[in-house]
Design a protein around this ligand. Structure first.
Ligand SMILES: Nc1nc2c(ncn2[C@@H]2O[C@H](COP(=O)(O)OP(=O)(O)OP(=O)(O)O)[C@@H](O)[C@H]2O)c(=O)[nH]1
Ligand SMILES: [Mg+2]
Length: 251
């Protein structure tokens, strides 16, 4: 049973700038590639890989569908723990794919046995620490819950590589449609403050509000992911830094 229709039935139009439109054109090319039951079984990959991670039910699969503007690319559900496997999606021209999205199983689902949780943590830590093709992580955090201990643990695995600039990080505070302006701002500033303390100044980290329902942040999120994979050819370092700074919520 999927609830994506309830999100899409009420969905607002995505308002976009020309750059966001190009980026959304690229995310729209996402197509299912393969599924793996274990991260260790993932095939080697030469393309930049972007992993979607977060607590179970945070909205990872829905965010992938929203970015791709496809209703059922990734399987979203009201039932937490729905995504049990790693699902890989390929992006770019069919004959010249240029990136992969990896939809990873959520964590923090209470019904999962402790041994399974520990196993998951080990696999996830290995993946985030050593997967060579990993070029970006999209951490999805329910804006009403804020970052939980498990999210913070996950960040600990990945921040060393974020701090060296090897991996970029986008934190989407999901389901922002459920918060009023004041609480949404508090979630945004609290998360930014936490990350500013954790990561080095060189880190490429953006925190923003995101709603699949209201389409908040969708164009900007697509723009950020697109820029990770397609850095502007003629931009000077200063221009690139400026561009990142303009994005809503850059830390
Ligand atoms: N109101 C609202 N609901 C959302 C939004 N995004 C996702 N949801 C709902 O949240 C529930 C979980 O979404 P999923 O995308 O399946 O979550 P997930 O993180 O992939 O969950 P797992 O696969 O269990 O790890 C579904 O009922 C979605 O419809 C949003 O922006 N606003
Ligand atoms: Mg999922």
């Amino acid at each position: 049973m999927t609830n994506t229709t309830s999100v899409s039935q009420h969905s607002a139009q995505i308002e976009t700038t020309p750059t966001e439109k190009v980026a959304l054109g690229w995310t729209h090319t996402a197509r299912f590639l393969t599924t793996a039951s274990e991260l260790v079984h993932l095939q080697a990959n030469e393309l930049p890989e972007i992993a979607f991670v977060g607590r179970s039910n945070a909205g990872k699969s829905t965010a992938i569908n929203t970015l791709a503007q496809q209703k059922r690319l990734a399987f979203a559900s009201k039932t937490p723990g729905r995504t049990q496997h790693i699902n890989l999606f390929e992006l770019g021209p069919k004959d010249a794919a240029d990136a992969w999205f990896a939809d990873l199983p959520g964590y923090g689902y209470a019904a999962v046995a402790r041994s399974a949780k520990l196993r998951w943590q080990k696999v996830m830590a290995d993946y985030l620490e050593v997967r060579r093709s990993l070029s970006g992580v999209v951490l999805m955090v329910d804006s009403r819950l804020g970052m939980t201990d498990l999210d913070k643990q996950l960040l600990d695995f990945v921040t060393p590589r974020v701090s060296t600039g090897e991996i970029k990080l986008l934190v989407l505070l999901t389901k922002s449609d459920k918060l009023n302006r004041k609480d949404a701002d508090a979630a945004l500033f609290g998360t930014r403050a936490y990350l500013a303390e954790k990561a080095s100044a060189e880190s490429d980290i953006t925190v923003m509000l995101f709603s699949a329902l209201k389409k908040q942040g969708v164009g900007k999120a697509a723009q950020i992911l697109h820029a990770w994979v397609h850095p502007p050819l003629n931009a000077s370092v200063a221009e690139v830094a400026d561009g990142a700074g303009q994005v809503d919520g850059a830390v």
